[in-house]
Write a protein that binds this ligand. Structure first.
Ligand SMILES: [Ca+2]
Length: 247
């Protein structure tokens, strides 16, 4: 099984590189068969896990996480991503709430920000990012615009690698402890994760082009690819993006 998994990862990565090399056009890359897909969460019983063989999560002293999201029936917690390690289920966490807040966790410490934006509507695509580095800087972005700029979060910390990452579900224990009230109901695409904090201008570029745009911005930890996800399709399906989605 291990050999099969590694082979699958290598094959998919090779195909992705070939597709990317074949056409350097921004939109052709973004619209390749490998990433022009979204996850549609119709209910809370979904299990979408980042495959740790294809995309192992390294130890990190900085990071940027971005995703396109279309939520509905937003509860107090609508989880975008949770990353747990042994002894710390909240090693990384990123979720939004019905009160228009964005919450970010790094190694158990957390911040939230009230985002009162006219652009924040149920059932409309929005682009969310947060960037952190262990000087304590935390920045949050909505639709490419800086909306949160703070300091003192998890100063000097190294995020532990080798853990378990879920998209659209929040873990209370390593790989488990899911709560239906904290799941995403809606749609998610272009989740990407870098092991550095992107600049404001780079975040704006990622937003403007809907995704990664060139090699210098290529996410090194997780590049959106549904084939690198382990999906239990109880309440979730993989669908092609419609024309004009997510932007
Ligand atoms: Ca929970």
């Amino acid at each position: 099984m291990k050999v099969f998994t590694v082979t699958r990862c290598l094959l998919l990565t090779l195909l992705l590189v070939l597709a990317t090399t074949a056409n350097k056009s921004k939109h052709a890359v973004r619209r390749s068969a490998f990433d022009a897909k979204k996850l549609v969460y119709t209910g809370p019983e979904s299990r979408v896990k980042v495959n740790s063989d294809c995309s192992p999560i390294p130890s990190m002293t900085a990071l940027t996480a971005c995703a396109w999201l279309k939520a509905n029936a937003m509860g107090e917690k609508t989880t975008i991503m949770s990353y747990a390690v042994a002894g710390q289920p909240n090693e990384l966490k990123f979720y939004i709430s019905a009160t228009l807040r964005v919450y970010t966790y790094v190694s158990g410490e957390w911040r939230y920000d009230n985002i009162q934006s006219d652009g924040w509507q149920d059932n409309e695509w929005m682009h969310l990012c947060y960037g952190w580095d262990n000087s304590g800087v935390l920045k949050g972005y909505l639709n490419g615009v800086l909306v949160k700029d703070s300091t003192g979060l998890s100063d000097g910390v190294t995020v532990t690698g080798g853990g378990v990452m879920y998209l659209g579900q929040e873990q209370d224990t390593l790989g488990g402890g899911f709560d239906n009230d904290e799941a995403l109901v809606g749609e998610l695409t272009s989740f990407n994760l870098w092991s550095r904090r992107l600049s404001d201008a780079e975040i704006a570029d990622v937003y403007d082009t809907c995704s990664v745009i060139d090699d210098s911005l290529m996410p090194d930890v997780f590049t959106w690819d549904v084939y690198h996800l382990d999906i239990e399709p109880t309440d979730v399906s993989v669908e092609y993006l419609d024309a004009g989605e997510p932007c």
